[in-house]
Design a protein around this ligand. Structure first.
Ligand code: PGA
Length: 253
């Protein structure tokens, strides 16, 4: 697995974008990276899967990697509407987001399903980005750390096998809302996730990378990435504009 010496900045376009938008985004990103000519953070772009091919074609020579937003646990089969990790790999993906709260909520994805998907992703040489996070209700009931520990135990394959693991802490109530946890809350949650994951997988704590996601913007990215235990960010809305996403990535250098 890759060695992450700087922050990991992930764009999650969700169900947004078009071929035209992807081409314009790529052109702007190229101009920003080439003009500023600095070693960027580790940038991973997860668009809707048909756009991976287009973006990869436009940005292939630059230090940008691509990922899917979900995958099926099987390599192929009668699963109408699904996409396999294998096909994502063929399209040029190196990563796959699994267990995003929007899929857990809207598609009834349990941690057990997320775990199988993560295992499959890993098995074929892609890197899963496993998302976990508490709902507003769970937070209000003071259950955040217990929920995160449960989600780690059930969503992360036990016999991990790889040298590193990436998770994303995304409080459900912080996604797309403009509301963020305090720095202390982020620090506490990340430390809890790191130690629980290390215990669960047998990895050392330094091998566990935890990204923060939920209302990350150019204005708050620097503060967030300074927090102990934050290995980078997972960005939704603000990743759709190349300029904003680039500014966030600059905070991770
Ligand atoms: P947001 O989304 O940045 O728009 O809050 C983050 C995510 O859902 O991954």
């Amino acid at each position: 697995m890759k060695n992450f010496t700087n922050k990991i900045i992930v764009a999650n376009w969700k169900m947004n974008g078009s071929p035209e938008m992807a081409k314009a985004w790529a052109a702007e990103m190229r101009a920003l990276l080439v003009t500023n000519n600095q070693q960027p953070a580790t940038i991973i772009v997860c668009p809707p899967s048909p756009l991976i091919f287009i973006l990869k074609g436009k940005l292939n020579d630059l230090p940008i990697s691509f990922g899917g937003q979900d995958c099926h646990a099987d390599a192929a089969g009668a699963y109408t509407g699904d996409i396999s990790a294998d096909l994502l790999k063929d399209l040029g993906a190196e990563y796959v987001i699994v267990g995003h709260s929007e899929r857990r909520e809207a598609c009834g994805e349990t941690s057990e399903i997320v775990c199988v998907k993560a295992a499959r992703t890993l098995e074929i040489g892609l890197i899963p980005i496993i998302c976990i996070g508490e709902t507003a209700q769970q937070r209000d009931a003071g259950e955040t750390l217990a929920v995160l520990a449960q989600q780690v135990k059930k969503s992360v394959p036990e016999n991990w096998g790889a040298e590193k693991i990436i998770l994303a802490y995304e409080p459900v109530w912080a996604i797309g809302s403009g509301n963020l946890p305090t720095s202390d809350e982020i620090k506490t949650a990340h430390q809890a996730i790191i130690s629980e994951t290390a215990k669960h997988t047998g990895l050392a704590e330094e091998q566990v990378y935890v990204l923060y996601g939920g209302s990350v913007k150019p204005e708050n990215a620097h503060e967030i990435m300074k927090i102990a235990g934050v290995a980078g960010v997972l960005v939704g809305g603000a990743s759709l504009k190349a300029g904003e996403f680039y500014r966030i990535s600059e905070c991770g250098v």
